[in-house]
Ligand binder design. Structure first.
Ligand code: NAD
Length: 489
């Protein structure tokens, strides 16, 4: 990725809300250090970490240094020292208006000290319930600078269309759409960023990307873990909001969008928006037919979801969802895109299977060609291909593999590094535009509403599934034809 780091020494004061949190420690500080090592930020930057705890600048610097050592095997200690010297801590309760006045003064002082040219970057690395409050006080206490102003908003952005609209209103009081970076770290992953180049540089792939050739597309996001200690949060979310509204829909959009006029951020968002306007929003009847929701059951060795700590024993929150998405326009208009995601699958696996239609062959039955993109835990693409069996009659199936070598893998930056880089250089290609997010929420709301009505009628259609297998077998019934099935089993 070094080729991307064309800009150097970007002047900026960055303010992280949630500077003592897990995301900041595990992801943001190591990513910022890598960007510093590559010179993207270097002499003219300062980072203010804020949280409620009464830390000192020195204590925060120690934390940042620990975060770097925990994620890097070899570091130059002089670099770590110089890098951490740019960090400052401000004890700050985001609900206290007066604290924003102190924060503003510190930002201005650091701007002068580091010649940051009035540039401000705000990062909301906190629980989503605080996003609106922070945005409101950035506005009413005039925290924006005289140079560029950008804000990064973590997921989830709202919990339905209404709350997302409200949050967007609060943020747009101080920031215009092109200054808002709604982050989904999945879009920073190498294999996700590979989808468009793969689709549009290979005639082999580009020319079959249509209803005539594709039978369906399948997106699977399987987790081995249960909700662990996150029961309380999960009860307010569920698999649909937690995984589908963001990661899965972003991937579906990349798979189904028309070819952009060029690869600028504007052109890519334009193509995505064109597609999403034609997203078919399901009605209650379609939800019943095309979607499955489930909860993991228990076993001798593991708890059922309803028995997990801080989970309502009568909970109707889904830990699994499978469903169907279709578009009216775009290159794969009318091709069914099936997705499923859930906890306590047999293994962690995030993958996309593109299934081609069968053809008649003079050799009799052949296997279907599938293109599989594995995102996690491995980054890999493979295409199943038919050929002749050696020394006997018949057709065999082999994989054509596209994998990374060990040294290439070592070069792949973490998603957060990639995306933070993009924020610094003002490239919003891999962030969610408001008009896209709105369509995602409309789809999710339609399903949530249908489920809610079932729940209220005392008739919730939610199935229990065996842990550490492939989720509920009911998901085999959402296919449009009896010849379709899940490729990954
Ligand atoms: P966390 O609970 O570890 O950190 C929250 C931070 O907010 C802490 O620094 C805490 O001190 C601070 N805080 C809480 N109340 C405050 C208040 N009133 N005033 C000031 N500070 C206050 O959370 P996290 O895991 O770091 O997650 C932060 C955000 O990042 C969430 O939106 C989450 O969805 C998102 N996210 C996290 C991860 C991850 O790996 N942790 C990954 C993807 C997205």
């Amino acid at each position: 990725m070094k080729w991307r780091y064309k800009m150097k020494n970007i002047p900026v004061v960055m303010i992280i809300f949630g500077g003592s949190g897990d995301l900041a420690h595990r992801k943001l500080y190591p990513a910022l250090f890598n960007l510093y090592e590559q010179g993207l930020i270097h002499d003219n930057f300062a980072v203010i970490g804020t949280a409620r705890r009464p830390w000192s600048h020195e204590y925060l610097r120690g934390q940042v240094s620990d975060a770097i050592h925990e994620t890097h095997t070899e570091v130059d200690e002089n670099d770590v020292k110089d890098f951490t010297s740019h960090f400052y801590y401000q004890s700050h309760d985001v609900t206290n208006v007066e604290h924003y006045v102190t924060l503003k003064e510190l930002a201005q002082e650091l701007d002068d000290r580091y010649s940051a040219q009035g540039n401000r970057l705000f990062y909301m690395a906190m629980a989503p319930r605080f996003f609106g409050t922070i945005a409101t006080h950035i506005d009413d206490q005039h925290l924006t600078g005289s140079g560029f102003n950008r804000i990064v908003v973590e997921k989830p952005f709202g919990r339905d269309l209404k709350s997302a609209e409200e949050l967007n209103k609060q943020i747009t009081a101080s920031f215009s759409e092109n200054e808002i970076f709604r982050i989904d770290h999945y879009l920073g992953k190498e294999m996700i960023q590979n989808i468009l180049p793969m689709r549009f540089t290979n005639p082999l792939i580009k020319n079959i990307w249509n209803k005539g050739n594709l039978k369906n597309i399948q997106v699977t996001f399987a987790e081995r873990l249960g909700v662990e200690a996150r029961g309380e949060y999960y009860e307010t979310s569920g698999a649909l909001r937690d995984m589908v509204q963001n990661h899965i829909f972003q991937i579906i959009t990349l798979l189904a969008m028309p070819e952009p006029e060029n690869i600028s951020s504007e052109a890519i968002h334009k193509a995505k928006q064109e597609l999403l306007e034609s997203l078919i929003i399901p009605n209650a009847e379609q939800v019943k037919k095309d979607f499955v929701r489930g909860q993991y059951a228990g076993s001798d060795t593991t708890f059922a979801y309803k028995k997990e700590p801080k989970v309502n024993p009568n909970s109707l929150t889904e830990t699994y969802v499978a469903g169907k998405v279709k578009f009216e326009r775009g290159p794969i208009a009318d091709v069914p895109i099936y997705f499923r995601t859930g906890k306590k699958f047999k293994e962690k696996k995030n993958r996309i299977d593109i299934v081609l239609k069968h053809i008649n062959t003079p050799y009799g039955q052949a296997y279907s060609n599938n293109i599989t993109i594995e995102i996690d835990p491995k980054s890999r693409i493979f295409i199943t291909i038919n050929g002749k069996k050696i020394s006997e009659e018949g057709i065999r199936r082999e994989n054509l593999d596209y994998t990374f070598s060990k040294s290439e893998l070592a070069e792949v930056p973490d998603g957060y590094e990639c995306l933070l880089h993009d924020v610094f250089v003002n490239d919003s290609t891999n962030f969610t535009h408001w008009s896209e997010l709105k369509r995602y929420w409309m789809f999710i709301d339609a399903i949530e509403d249908a489920w809610q009505k079932e729940n209220e009628a005392g008739n919730p259609d939610i199935v229990q599934y065996a842990p550490y297998r492939m989720g509920p077998t009911e998901s085999n019934h959402i296919f449009e034809s009896p010849t379709e099935h899940w490729i990954y089993e």
